[in-house]
Design a protein around this ligand. Structure first.
Ligand SMILES: [Zn+2]
Length: 423
């Protein structure tokens, strides 16, 4: 065992991530507060420059500042240094940047990277601020900086497959429009409201030729998005896709309406054939428990109207695997003629809507194949919302969505992320 190992001051600086021309000159501790202080000094002041224009300038004065750093053992660690203000002939007096921290941040890059990792894991700002023992605004600031940084670094190119969805942002008719990359699921844009203008404003940022390269636009049957896309994207009539998820949800909703009506009528006659069967009809057969599967088998052989509606829905589930437009159209036409003749009002209404939007359904079938995006943006945003205990403020919701779902490079420059593998 070797005691009293000598570590050079430069090495200590490297250990703590302090780079030349800055160096740790002294390390002190306050055992009562359980804090360690790294005293850092600039060893060469000749290259200090103005933060605004980059010009090398003479030092005007020095001011003491402190930054929270990664802990040393169980001690909170702070970098203490005097940072320079320079006198720039063009910009006036301005504070110079330090390599370990973002301007005006009171934490180091390393600490910021740790907080980002924890935010990605724990989701809530309050959980991370409790865990690290810093105030809520500090962590919130780190999150906002990370998103700003990530958005600035992002390349503004348009993917060939996009998805447009509306997401409720709080109570009532409060919506945001989310545009995402269908291939990666990454959120590209969050727009205020869900009007035609919301989406058009986003499209308008891109040149016409670039918009022409979009191959598919997946969306719900929301007229504002349809009209905006038809106007802005060349050839949109062959690109707009009403995806399987939304259409099946719509048709299932109609089955549920039939069930509710019938259940009401049966109860008046004292029958409870449909009691407790809601999810028998709505869940995909393969996801039902063996008992429920058996119960469904009996129910669907009955003469119940709900059983008929269910059969119509089941037929539509099998109509998403076509490769050619012609055969897809033939398949859906067969379905439509059944849905329109079935004498079940909700199913007829669903049939009418499908008929009006059939062009986009066929697009979805031939352009997207049988499997669309694995999980809708909506359900992923729900997790972000739940973990962040709702958002009354749209700006905060947007920050959290970009942070968790934006696929952004969030980390401060210069931080070497260690490759962590838990597998
Ligand atoms: Zn300047």
């Amino acid at each position: 065992m070797v005691y009293g190992m000598q570590i050079e001051s430069k090495e200590i600086s490297t250990v703590y991530g302090i780079q030349s021309p800055w160096e740790i000159t002294e390390i002190t501790a306050d055992h009562e507060k359980k804090e360690v202080y790294l005293h850092v000094r600039c060893t060469d002041e000749s290259g200090l420059c103005c933060r605004k224009c980059g010009k090398i300038c003479p030092v005007y004065d020095r001011r003491k500042r402190m930054w929270r750093h990664l802990d040393t053992g169980s001690y909170i660690t702070r970098v203490v240094s005097r940072i320079h203000r320079v006198k720039c002939p063009d910009c006036g007096i301005c504070t110079t940047a330090v390599p370990w921290s973002s301007p005006s941040a009171r934490v180091t890059h390393e600490f910021e990277a740790l907080a980002i990792d924890l935010l990605l894991e724990m989701k809530t700002v309050s959980a991370v601020s409790r865990h690290l023992g810093v105030s809520w605004p500090v962590i919130d600031g780190i999150m906002q900086r990370a998103v700003r940084r990530g958005l600035e670094r992002r390349e503004e190119t348009l993917p060939d497959k996009i998805c447009v969805e509306e997401v409720s942002a709080g109570k009532g008719q409060n919506y945001v429009t989310i545009v995402s990359n269908s291939r990666t699921g990454t959120v590209l844009h969050i727009g205020e409201g869900r009007t035609k203008k919301t989406l058009t404003d986003w499209y308008n940022q891109f040149p016409h030729a670039q918009l022409g390269k979009i191959k598919s636009i997946s969306m719900d049957m929301w007229p504002a998005y349809i009209h905006s896309s038809l106007e802005c994207v060349p050839g949109a009539i062959k690109k707009i896709c009403f995806d399987r998820f939304h259409i099946m949800k719509y048709i299932s909703g109609a089955v549920d309406k039939v069930r509710r009506q019938e259940h009401k009528e049966l109860r008046k006659e004292g029958r409870d054939d449909l009691k407790g069967t809601k999810y028998h009809w709505l869940t995909n057969k393969q996801n039902l428990s063996p008992i429920k599967k058996k119960e469904l088998l009996l129910l669907r052989k009955s003469s119940l109207r709900t059983a008929r509606a269910w059969a119509i829905k089941e037929m539509s589930r099998g109509l998403w695997n076509y490769v050619s437009r012609t055969w897809a159209k033939k398949g859906w036409d067969r379905w439509l003629s059944w849905a329109m003749r079935c004498r079940l009002e909700p199913m007829k209404k669903a049939g009418k809507t499908v008929k009006e939007h059939l062009w986009g359904i066929i697009n979805a079938i031939v352009l997207e194949g049988s499997n669309g995006p694995a999980e809708s943006i909506n359900s992923r945003i729900k997790t972000v919302k739940v973990c962040s205990r709702g958002f009354r403020n749209k700006k905060r919701l947007a920050t959290a969505i970009y942070f968790h779902l934006g696929g952004l490079d969030l980390y401060p420059g210069g931080v070497q992320k260690r490759a962590v593998s838990l597998k």
